[in-house]
Write a protein that binds this ligand. Structure first.
Ligand code: SF4
Length: 401
């Protein structure tokens, strides 16, 4: 049997206050870079991400466009320091590693990427090789994120993943000693608590220092959506039980939760992710990439051909561009912070907005008082046992905005 959440302290060596201090990103580190690589070996059954397995032949032309987009944006971003870079997808490891290494080089030439920047690349087990890892490491990539998802071939097949459990073990052996994350999915058809525990064990034994544990979201238009309509997927309560089981298993293995879906060994929380949750700035390059710079949120087209055409004709490939209002800014800050174990410091809110959080959000704070707490160092956060169901709480904050 798995423990229910909240029963166990995950890391007794570090006090909660110290841990929150460790997670709080200094202002000078609040700026990241995201690069989208939209190619995969095949399409997973649940995938709604921007990925084009059938267009992998365009990878070289695409990356040349990404390099050009980096150049196009360089002048307007002059003066900013970037403390993290993240190559996501798609599957960045499916393309020639020299294109990723080239992108890191370009970024360092064009932007003030800090010498100690966290640089992550997403990998899928079937496309990891020792040669690729050597190229990544030589380029300064110091963190990896592997799409493990499950420790059962039946579940991996159900998801339509291109790898098997032994494929993950092979990849993890190549990554041993490196700083890597393993993704785990919950809420899968036929998935049991034992399956989730086994996935946690496999990730931990393989040497992962970070685990992202996400609930499957059945997106309309994917083959998996049919399973959802048929009632084949676990319901909300069953998913919550799987999550609690996974969380307890991660705690036993020394992973502490710092955000609803993210768990790390002490010192291995991802800087890039923390920047998002602290509402830091980021610039996104590539198809479908989103950016948040100078209170503007903008997103590139999801269409690969349009993206390439725009870049080749010296146009920004942006399709949505919105300026956030001061009210948006407050709501976003609260909403993102309440996803985290750290919560939101009353002092930080006052310093950023010149306002009192308790007054600005008095109605939702009062309504949700049973689910919230104030920590000894003045942070408001969702009580740990309610973090997974935070969406029900955040709705009230949205209505207040
Ligand atoms: S590997 Fe990721 S991006 Fe690629 S098809 Fe599967 S879920 Fe989608």
């Amino acid at each position: 049997m798995c423990n229910i959440i909240g029963e166990k302290s995950e890391n007794t060596a570090v006090s909660p206050v110290e841990r929150r201090r460790e997670l709080s990103l200094p202002k000078e580190q609040r700026c990241g870079i995201y690069v989208h690589v939209p190619f995969c070996r095949s399409k997973c059954r649940y995938c709604d991400f921007t990925s084009y397995p059938e267009k992998i032949g365009l990878a070289e032309a695409y990356m040349a466009c990404v390099y050009k987009e980096m150049k196009l944006r360089a002048e307007e971003l002059h003066g900013r320091k970037f403390a993290s870079v993240y190559f996501g997808g798609g599957t960045p490891s499916v393309i020639d590693a020299k294109w990723i290494a080239g992108a890191v080089r370009r970024l360092r030439e064009l932007y003030a990427v800090t010498p100690d920047a966290e640089i992550t690349v997403e990998l899928n087990p079937e496309s990891v090789t020792a040669e690729k890892l050597a190229v990544y490491t030589a380029a300064g990539i110091n963190r990896f994120s592997v799409g493990m998802q499950a420790a059962s071939d039946v579940l991996l097949q159900e998801l339509g993943r291109a790898h098997t459990v032994s494929g993950f073990r092979r990849a993890a052996a190549l990554l041993r000693g490196k700083n890597f994350n393993a993704d785990i999915m919950i809420g899968l058809k036929g998935q049991t608590a034992a399956d989730v525990k086994e996935a946690v064990s496999l990730a931990a034994e393989s040497g992962a220092r970070h685990v992202s544990m996400y609930a499957l979201t059945p997106e309309d238009g994917t083959p998996m959506y049919g399973d959802y309509l048929n009632g084949d997927l676990p319901d909300e309560d069953e998913v919550a039980a799987l999550y609690n089981c996974g969380r307890a298993a991660l705690a036993e293995r020394g992973f502490y939760r710092y955000e609803v879906s993210n768990f790390a060994k002490a010192g291995f929380a991802s800087r890039h992710n923390r920047n998002y949750w602290q509402r830091g700035e980021y610039i996104g390059f590539g198809v479908a990439a989103s950016s948040f710079i100078a209170e503007r949120r903008f997103t590139n087209t999801r269409d690969l051909d349009d993206y390439i055409k725009c870049i080749l004709t010296d146009h920004y490939p942006v399709v949505d561009d919105e300026r956030t209002t001061p009210q948006d800014a407050k709501f976003e800050r609260v909403m993102l912070a309440l996803r985290t174990e750290e919560g939101l410091s009353l002092k930080a809110y006052a310093a950023e907005f010149g306002a009192d959080l308790l007054q600005d959000f008095s109605a939702p704070l009062q309504k949700n008082a049973p689910f919230l707490e104030q920590t000894e160092d003045g942070c408001i956060r969702i009580k740990e046992e309610y973090l997974f169901v935070q969406n029900h709480i955040l709705v009230d904050f949205l209505q207040n905005a």
